[in-house]
Design a protein around this ligand. Structure first.
Ligand SMILES: [Zn+2]
Ligand SMILES: [Zn+2]
Length: 381
């Protein structure tokens, strides 16, 4: 006699569990160990054994009569003389259709697997096409001022031979021969714990009960074909890295007359040689010769369009920040521009001529400084 199994501990419930407790526990475990939910072959193997065990436990405990027998005799109750026609061990252990219970696995697990269980397609009605996401790379200035670009998109398009119907032109729509037009098929699965039947959506007609007599040759009856398209996009001035533009209806084609999905183009803006962007403001560091910092005057600063002159005051120190209005990024979908900010950095000459060194030494002496003119970096911190 085989060792009696503890069906209660298999399902992780107490001996006084209610029908509801059992169903909940079973759902949870069946979801966890369902072969379709495993990722590796190894997991699948392990889970399969566990899944059978869970099914066995539930099939007994969810049946009041069997549960009573089990409570008295343990899992070998069939051999203890339980005469319900369950046969005996040795192969013919047959809970036909779970011993007459109405367990519809699809019903129990369908919600758990979001309808994916039993690999049936849900409907064959109009279905919206999928959205497509793609990236486009932009130069800093292209994002700032906007540009027209051509991008390549590979997408599902309505088959132009059958106009999306999937049927060969002139062919008819007929009743599905697999399900006889019912849209559902009864499947009987044989396992070591018996055979049980499930009702599945017909995979041939997808539940509609109708199929195409002769499928379109161009699209193999799918109604859609893959196509590569060049699409012109208008990148608006002021767009920033990570932002997207969307084109309605430019995604995958819908099925059976469903609407098309949308196309989302995500901007990848390349860094600029000088500028950093912060919203619509841009910033840069500008090196200024120390004499100019001391004396003040016009310096050249970079702008998005080239360069411009800017007057710094006498005695400007390193780290001073200046702002030039309206020289930043054009406001996206708006008017005006952000600002340009720049921070000055003293440009200390690395090499001096004898004459320059002489003059600087003279200059330093006017402040009463002791200067060793051989030392570099006299303006070092
Ligand atoms: Zn076609
Ligand atoms: Zn069918």
């Amino acid at each position: 006699m085989a060792e009696s199994k503890d069906y209660y501990s298999i399902l992780g419930v107490s001996k006084d569990a209610t029908a509801d407790d059992l169903k909940k526990a079973y759902r949870k475990l069946a979801k966890q160990y369902h072969p379709d939910a495993q990722h590796t072959e190894e997991d699948k193997k392990n889970a399969e054994a566990k899944f059978k065990e869970i099914n066995e436990a539930y099939s007994v405990l969810s049946d009041e009569n069997k549960r009573a027998q089990y409570d008295r005799f343990g899992s070998n109750f069939e051999q203890a003389g339980f005469g319900g026609g369950y046969g005996s061990y040795g192969g013919a252990y047959d809970f036909s259709g779970f011993g007459g219970m109405d367990i519809d696995l699809e019903d129990i697990l369908g919600s758990v697997f979001g309808g994916g269980f039993s690999s049936s397609k849900k409907t064959q009605g109009p279905t919206r096409g999928a959205d497509i996401r793609t990236n486009v790379s932009l130069k800093f200035e292209e994002a700032a001022f906007g540009i027209k670009k051509e991008i390549n998109v590979t997408r599902n398009e309505k088959c132009d031979v059958c106009n999306g119907s999937g049927a060969k032109p002139g062919s008819k729509i007929i009743t599905c021969d697999k399900c006889g037009g019912r849209g559902k098929i009864q499947m009987t699965q044989n396992t070591i714990m018996g055979s049980f039947s499930t009702v599945k959506t017909c995979d041939k007609c997808g539940g509609s009960g109708k199929v195409i007599e002769i499928p379109c040759e161009r699209c193999s009856g799918k109604g859609i074909v893959r196509k590569s398209r060049k699409i012109e996009i208008n990148v608006p001035a002021g767009i920033d890295d990570g932002q997207a533009i969307s084109l309605r209806g430019e995604g995958d084609a819908g099925l059976k007359g469903g609407p098309n999905g949308d196309l989302y183009i995500i901007m990848k803006v390349l860094p600029h040689k000088y500028f950093k962007r912060n919203g619509f403001d841009i910033s840069a560091n500008v090196r200024v010769p120390f004499a100019k910092m001391a004396l003040g005057g016009d310096i050249k600063i970079p702008t998005l369009e080239g360069e411009m002159e800017f007057n710094i005051p006498e005695g400007t120190t390193t780290g001073t920040k200046f702002r030039v209005k309206e020289q930043g990024i054009p406001i996206l979908n708006g008017k005006g521009r952000g600002n340009l900010e720049f921070v000055v950095d003293v440009d200390v000459p690395k090499k001096l001529t004898d004459r320059q060194r002489e003059l600087l030494t003279e200059f330093a002496k006017t402040f009463g400084e002791e200067v060793n003119s051989k030392k570099k970096n006299i303006f070092g911190r």
